[in-house]
Design a protein around this ligand. Structure first.
Ligand code: SF4
Length: 255
């Protein structure tokens, strides 16, 4: 069986996409969400100019020719939208010594469960408090279904992390005007993720460039000072989690 993926390219070297490791980044097409601020609209919509079919064996061959990296991070779009992503992860694990990570929305709990045995790390998105705010955040009306899926995925992750303490779990929130830019949003999210025992909680400024909804290109970024304030609040709620922020002013910082 030839296993193929809708593929949008590979970044050969990154120092910021796998904590503490030099990694390659694989970009896959397609996403079940339409976040208005999304700055990868061509990946989210699986634009045919950007996303082409590529076989798992070709991708793994390309990774094997990269002698510098320690890890690979698979991002999107939503990597778990494509069932062949599991096959890709399994093949990487069988044929290389690379550490593996995916970035995911957690919308596909069954796929997540299948992927976990082939993963060393994961970065999950929490876009807003887990309530009706997810509708505006994801561009979907069926927010109850979304939250239900996310909670199932989070429970799977909590149990996996408990039995695999070295598994690296990052939770990430992009701070976006009118979506999650209130102190109570960050407080609620922090309380809602506390039971996951994440290693890292990241708050990052959204980028008002090339957004899915063009109206977001005119919106002002939330200031670094405000995000520092919220990161400190998150740290009080998540004392055992490293809390970091990513801003255009200072790049990566830990609280
Ligand atoms: S920002 Fe939203 S729409 Fe864009 S790729 Fe991520 S989950 Fe999909």
């Amino acid at each position: 069986m030839i296993s193929k993926l809708l593929w949008a390219g590979m970044l050969d070297f990154s120092t910021v996409d796998y904590p503490g490791k030099l990694c390659a980044v694989i970009f896959l097409g397609g996403c079940p969400f339409r976040c208005p601020w999304c700055h990868s609209p061509e990946l989210a919509t699986a634009d045919t100019q950007t996303c082409k079919e590529k076989s798992v064996s070709e991708i793994v061959k390309q990774l094997k020719q990269n002698f510098v990296i320690d890890a690979v991070s698979i991002t999107g779009g939503e990597p778990l939208l494509q069932p062949s992503t599991i096959n890709l992860l399994e093949t990487i694990k069988n044929q290389t010594t690379l550490l593996t990570k995916i970035d995911t929305t957690c919308f596909f709990p069954e796929q997540l469960e299948k992927a976990l045995p082939f993963l060393d790390a994961i970065s999950i998105d929490i876009k807003a408090p887990l309530n009706e705010k997810y509708s505006k955040a994801t561009g979907r009306n069926d927010w109850e279904l979304v939250i239900n899926n996310l909670k199932r995925a989070h429970n799977i992750l909590k149990n996996w992390k408990r039995s695999n303490p070295s598994f690296m779990l990052e939770v990430r929130t992009t701070i976006v005007p009118e979506i999650n830019n209130k102190t109570e949003d960050i407080e609620q999210i922090s309380h809602q993720i506390a039971y996951l025992n994440a290693d890292i909680y990241t708050l990052q400024q959204f980028r008002p460039t090339k957004t899915l909804d063009k109206a977001y290109e005119a919106k002002e970024q939330i200031s670094r000072e405000k995000i520092v304030e919220w990161a400190k609040i998150a740290k009080t709620i998540l004392p055992n989690t490293k809390v970091r922020l990513i801003t255009k002013e200072k790049g990566f910082e830990y609280i």
